[in-house]
Design a protein around this ligand. Structure first.
Ligand code: TXA
Ligand code: MG
Length: 344
């Protein structure tokens, strides 16, 4: 049996979770990307509790999760054709769309903005919960702000523990990386966050030239960080982390060891590639294929935090489109390291 077997919804647990949500409570639930921390998106006090539990600044908007495409019109004031095409093709799935918000969408969900992020997750437990609840669930990733997203129910329990009323267990997440976010607030769709849905998939629907990449929609000079998932420092484990090209990794490891630091290395499965001449230190391996690497990355970073190494040296993955979201998260994790990792 695969370690990544998805668990199916249990009707009694879904009923209890819906009761919690109706009472304004918060429920952690699995999606195909990462676990979410969900509350009734129409209930301002439930949404405020999510921010509180997560320790997230109030101006950082949440994604509203829906059971089906038809519900999007209850949240978005306008849905351009290309957005409808993406929904038709990829929902339910790891794609979030940022659209102009209807006036009745509580601004606590949108961080005060006039846009709302929508996504229909593709996980049997998430879908059962959303269908039974019958309305949108606001849900950020179920981790303390700035940290590594949870890809298993036990990660949620370990980092948010008693603060969450319920944690639904749906097994390990199939993708292990957050959804791809595409904004429709400008003339052309723009990818705000690379994620589990690859760029090639977006191009199939929008055309090769139909999509802008990177750079937040809003001028970066504004006081509000519009896409906190794109903060330079985010997704960071507790262990200071550096991402290094294979050819400099061994030297760097030697230097840090010489300073008396406890160092570990995280490599992509080297396969037949030439072995690095590393000094004696713990080496951890992630799979060679991008999809498999992504699925295991966050769980591995969490596990390594438990060893409390002084420094984790990550062998840089290839600079290829298939590795885009992974490279993005690793870069942010490095910049979010609790110490100035690159200073020594
Ligand atoms: O895969 C995912 O997207 C997971 C699962 C639980 O669905 N959720 C997730 O949520 O990663 P969170 O809150 O950790 O990241 C959502 C990102 C944030 O960077 C947020 O700023 C951005 O979505 N976002 C939400 N609403 C937005 C809006 N109106 N405009 C621009 N960005 C928005
Ligand atoms: Mg997050």
């Amino acid at each position: 049996m695969s370690r990544y077997r998805t668990q199916l919804p249990r009707a009694d647990l879904i009923d209890q979770a819906v009761e919690t949500l109706r009472g304004g409570g918060v429920v952690a639930f699995p999606t195909e990307t990462v676990y979410g921390l969900g509350g009734d998106a129409r209930n301002a006090s439930a949404v405020r509790r999510i921010f509180e539990i997560k320790g997230r600044p109030a101006d950082h908007p949440l994604i509203v999760h829906l059971a089906q495409t038809a519900e999007a019109d209850a949240w978005a004031a306008a849905i351009p054709d290309p957005a409808r095409h993406l929904m038709a093709r990829f929902w339910p799935g790891p794609l979030t769309l940022v659209l102009p918000a209807r006036d009745d969408v509580p601004r606590v969900v949108t961080g005060g903005q006039d846009s709302v992020a929508l996504r229909a997750p593709n996980h049997p437990v998430a879908l059962a919960l959303l269908r039974a609840f019958g309305s949108g669930l606001a849900a950020p990733s179920a981790n303390p702000f700035g940290g590594v997203s949870p890809t298993e129910a036990r990660h949620v329990r370990a980092s948010l523990g008693m603060r969450v009323e319920r944690v639904l267990d749906g097994g390990p997440c199939r993708y292990g990386l957050e959804s791809t976010i595409v904004s429709f607030l400008e003339e052309h769709p723009r990818v705000l966050r690379p994620g589990a849905l690859p760029l090639t998939a977006l191009r199939e629907v929008l055309g090769a030239d139909g999509i802008e990449i990177g750079q937040p929609v809003q001028p970066s000079t504004g006081p509000v960080p519009r896409v906190p998932g794109l903060l330079p420092a985010h997704y960071a484990p507790a262990t200071p982390l550096e991402v290094l090209a294979p050819e400099v990794l061994a030297d760097r490891a030697e230097r840090l060891l010489a300073q008396g630091l406890r160092v570990a290395v995280l490599r992509r499965n080297p396969g037949i590639r030439r072995a690095l001449r590393l000094p004696p230190l713990p080496v951890f391996i992630l799979p060679a294929r991008a999809q498999d690497y992504a699925r295991g990355l966050y769980a591995r970073l969490r596990q390594l935090d438990r060893f409390a190494f002084d420094r984790l040296l990550v062998e840089a993955p290839p600079v290829e489109e298939a590795w885009w979201a992974i490279n993005d998260r690793l870069a942010r994790a490095a910049r979010g390291s609790p110490q100035e990792a690159n200073g020594t």
